[in-house]
Design a protein around this ligand. Structure first.
Ligand SMILES: Cc1ncc(COP(=O)(O)O)c(C=O)c1O
Length: 454
């Protein structure tokens, strides 16, 4: 029989025999431990040997209200005994109907129609195809291109990867991809010396205007991650960029796609990041937090105007053609409904504001660290940019993998921190306490101290 302290090793061995993990050079597991998690409890994950890890990154930014959340678990159990799945073409079910009604009420005015898919990348595929097809149905088949921001990330299926600009994910597959038009990001970290984030946003809007002037005739849509470019390094920008972008998209007759897959559902301080720019996009992509981090589900919301361009007698051939077997899965919809019910029943955004303020206070001293170029925060997302040289902001060479050292230290100290390269970030579930935040920051500071010494 396996002794309790051998349980991790046993599961890890079996895992590595057959499983190929995402975003992983599997060879790393010759020295990086595979951590078998057997249980979740609020913001904590518990491995097979009984070690506990505070989930500082909400398990890839999905979890909102804790692991194995009892309310969501009960709703799922009930749904599993009622209806687990049904084909979503020609058939429907109450959880999907209720969820669509609630999403339309919650999201910015004008978004009236909901198309379900299974994950974030699939939602981006839907939005890109729908935008292209809208223009085609309007007699504008010449519009075939998309504008994306430098440093953007919208997923890793071929369409979503096409409009992404993170070299790590894109470079290898570039020969397979569409060629987007890249607009310089309003990322405040890349602002000119002395420039405010708002001034950077204005300057970058000028660049977007110039691109639209040249390319609007062949462009379907501009796609952005509102306020925070997450996988690109938690780079943040001023909300005036969103306001200005909405105006430009209207002026040049291209769609505005807001990819709120990572930033939606309260992450940035408002329910949706677009609210801070006071804008309604033509397409809004939602996933991750939509089910509280329980099950894969995504939704693309769009306008009546877009919907009407597809609505025609069958033989006109205008229908939107996109389907996934698990579209609108009832279990996932039910988890999403319970997640939204928690938002209604509890003062989530108010509590997040207090937690975010505490996180900001705890991170502030890191600004003086000789290897920290920037500490930035937007609501429940905070990031610390580690550099080799504070003055010039020269980054550490990526091959030194300094961030990995922070991750490994975290594992020994009961914290799941998984930096993006040399950017250590915090994106905890909303159910953390101030003491939990203290733990994450303490462990991160220790990890950073180890990571920057040569
Ligand atoms: C902004 C954004 N869009 C799309 C995606 C892709 O979502 P998924 O991983 O569910 O395919 C992600 C994932 O991190 C994301 O951050």
């Amino acid at each position: 029989m396996t002794r309790i302290q051998d349980a991790n090793a046993d599961l890890a061995r079996r895992d590595l025999r057959h499983i190929w993990h995402p975003c992983t050079q599997m060879h790393d597991h010759e020295h990086v431990p595979m951590v078998p998690i057997v249980r979740g409890e609020g913001p904590w994950l518990i491995d097979a040997d009984g070690n506990r890890y505070l989930d500082g990154i909400s398990s890839w930014w999905t979890n909102l209200f804790g692991h194995a959340n009892p309310r969501i678990a009960a709703a799922l159990a009930d749904q599993a005994k009622t209806l687990e799945h049904v084909i979503f073409a020609g058939f429907t079910h109450p959880p999907a109907i209720e969820l669509a009604e609630q999403l339309v009420k919650l999201t910015p005015a004008g978004l009236e129609k909901v198309f379900f898919a299974d994950n974030g990348s699939a939602a981006v595929e839907v939005a890109l195809k729908m935008s292209f097809h809208f223009w085609l149905n309007q007699g504008h088949g010449e519009k075939t291109r998309f504008i994306a921001l430098t440093g953007s990330y919208h997923g890793e299926t071929l369409g979503a990867l096409s409009v992404s600009d993170v070299a790590l994910y894109r470079k290898t597959y570039a020969p397979l991809l569409l060629t987007p038009i890249l607009a310089p990001s309003p990322d405040a970290y890349e602002g000119e010396p002395g420039e405010t984030p708002e001034q950077t946003a204005t300057r970058r809007l000028d660049a977007m205007r110039a691109l639209l002037e040249q390319h609007a005739h062949e462009t379907c849509a501009v796609i952005v991650e509102p306020l925070v470019q997450c996988a690109g390094g938690m780079r943040m920008y001023h909300p005036s960029y969103l306001t200005g972008l909405r105006k430009l998209c209207d002026q040049y007759n291209v769609h505005f796609i807001a990819d709120e897959i990572a930033v939606g559902f309260g992450r940035t301080g408002t329910m949706f990041a677009c609210e801070q720019g006071n804008v309604a996009p033509d397409f809004m992509c939602l996933s991750k937090g939509l089910t509280g981090g329980t099950l894969p589900l995504s939704a693309v919301l769009t306008t009546q105007h877009v919907y009407d361009a597809f609505y025609a007698e069958y033989n006109a051939g205008k229908a939107f053609l996109h389907s996934h077997s698990y579209t609108g899965n009832p279990l996932a919809c039910r988890a999403a409904l319970e997640t939204l019910a928690i938002f209604r029943d509890e003062p989530v955004l108010e509590r997040n504001r207090a937690l975010a303020a505490h996180l900001a206070t705890r991170l502030a001293p890191l600004r003086d660290h000789p290897n920290v170029a920037d500490v930035r925060q937007q609501g429940m997302i905070a990031a610390v940019e580690l550099v080799a040289d504070k003055k010039t902001r020269r980054p550490f060479p990526p091959e030194e993998r300094r961030g990995l050292r922070v991750f490994l230290h975290g594992l020994t100290r009961g914290a799941l921190l998984r930096p993006l390269g040399n950017i250590v970030y915090f994106m905890p579930p909303y159910v953390v306490s101030e003491a939990d935040i203290d733990h994450l920051v303490d462990v991160a500071c220790e990890g950073i101290a180890r990571a920057v010494t040569s």
